[in-house]
Design a protein around this ligand. Structure first.
Ligand SMILES: [Zn+2]
Length: 405
């Protein structure tokens, strides 16, 4: 893979060329197959003079799935970063010849406006926000016009925090499964390029217990302490650390029930928005809205409020046998939502024996998640969890560690 950055007056343009051994259909770090659409993209709202290691890792968040053996950058990287590529991926990266970047002092939050990201932001009230906003690619047709990135960016701008919005069409480098991040870390591409300007030493993400420890979503459905995407000792954790921008997961120890509760009790509750479709509020009819409504109803201990019925296509995945993405929260909801047997989730009741007792571990914080937050930001997260959430007992922590086994 050969990578070139062209600095423009508004940001940076990335182009990349595959080597003979590279492949058009690669795999993201969660092992999901992703197909390349186009070998160029732009990142707007970033300076042109970032450290070369930052340019390199920003590019890697986009080109990693298609790179097999080597990558050459258009500016020399540090030996430390080259070692992280080698140790993490077996990739020969170069040329080498720069001093490593020193970590900055600031923790910023990668802010999407969803409940998980709002919860992460609530733990650090002084942290500035970095918001990724999707814009159209100049050469790829937009087949996703309902995705309201403008609405999300507008909401981010009304939080009262310092917000830096990065614009990018990088999601259109992906042909399949659909426009999206080639690697989950691509949401941070612009943040990396801003790291010198903002003196960043850490970037906080809203990945919660399910994403970090239970391998939810499209990832394995079992306990994964060595999660290659988010653990500090994993390949991405070490790569980011080599640039002096540590991956920080402030809510990595708590479930989506907790992030929902924290977000809806926070000063930012008016800006919480997990639906990418609605303009004046969530659309209430997409799969994500239904899933989040289950969690919110469980947290508020009230009946489900949805216009969706079991015959609707977005409901279909919960009519099938598990495993489901976010299965721990489905169990949590089944155990807590009054009248759940009269909702689209009724069929899922056949597969679980969920009770409040069997799901109560999801109301507390998994302590190892706090331990892995870098020292300078750890105490603040620990104090927040002690005051507002509470820590898991050893028996509850074992529920995390035996998940899926
Ligand atoms: Zn929706």
């Amino acid at each position: 893979m050969r990578v070139t950055w062209a600095v423009t007056s508004t940001g940076g343009d990335l182009s990349f060329r595959l080597d003979p051994e590279d492949e058009i259909t690669g795999r993201a770090s969660d092992d999901y197959p992703v197909k390349l659409a186009i070998n160029s993209c732009s990142i707007g709202g970033v300076p042109g003079d970032a450290h070369p290691d930052l340019f390199a890792v920003a590019a890697w968040t986009i080109v990693a799935p298609w790179t097999r053996r080597r990558i050459s950058f258009d500016r020399a990287i540090s030996a430390e970063l080259a070692a992280a590529f080698h140790d993490g991926w077996g990739i020969e990266a170069g040329p080498v010849g720069a001093q490593a970047r020193q970590a900055g002092r600031t923790l910023a939050i990668s802010y999407s406006g969803g409940a998980d990201s709002v919860a992460a932001a609530t733990i650090y009230p002084e942290a500035p926000f970095l918001h990724f906003r999707r814009v159209a690619h100049r050469r790829v047709p937009n087949r996703w016009p309902h995705y309201r990135s403008d609405v999300l960016a507008g909401l981010a701008g009304t939080t009262g925090r310092a917000v830096t919005t990065v614009t990018s069409d990088l999601e259109y480098t992906l042909a399949e499964p659909r426009p999206g991040y080639p690697e989950h870390h691509a949401v941070a591409a612009g943040a990396l390029l801003l790291a010198d300007e903002l003196d960043l030493g850490g970037l906080g993400f809203g990945y919660e217990l399910g994403s970090r420890w239970l391998g939810g979503g499209r990832y394995l459905h079992r306990y994964t302490p060595d999660n290659p995407m988010w653990s500090p000792h994993g390949r991405w954790g070490k790569l980011f650390a080599a640039t002096g921008v540590h991956i920080v997961l402030p809510v990595g120890g708590v479930s989506e029930a907790i992030t929902m509760r924290v977000a809806l009790n926070s000063d930012l509750k008016g800006q919480v928005r997990w639906c990418l479709r609605g303009t004046d509020g969530p659309c209430r009819t997409c799969g994500k809205c239904l899933y989040k409504e289950l969690i919110q109803a469980a947290v508020e201990r009230r009946p489900l409020d949805t216009p969706l019925t079991a015959d609707r296509p977005v409901v279909r995945k919960w009519l099938k046998k598990p495993p489901y993405g976010g299965q721990e929260m489905i169990e949590y909801g089944l155990a807590r939502v009054p009248g759940i047997e009269n909702t689209p989730f009724a069929r899922a009741l056949d597969y679980f024996e969920a009770t409040e007792e069997s799901t109560s571990w999801l109301d507390h914080c998994y302590p190892p998640a706090i331990d892995e937050i870098p020292a300078q930001w750890r105490d603040q997260a620990a104090a927040f969890m002690a005051a507002h959430v509470g820590f898991m007992t050893e028996a509850e922590a074992r529920r995390v560690e035996t998940w899926g086994s």
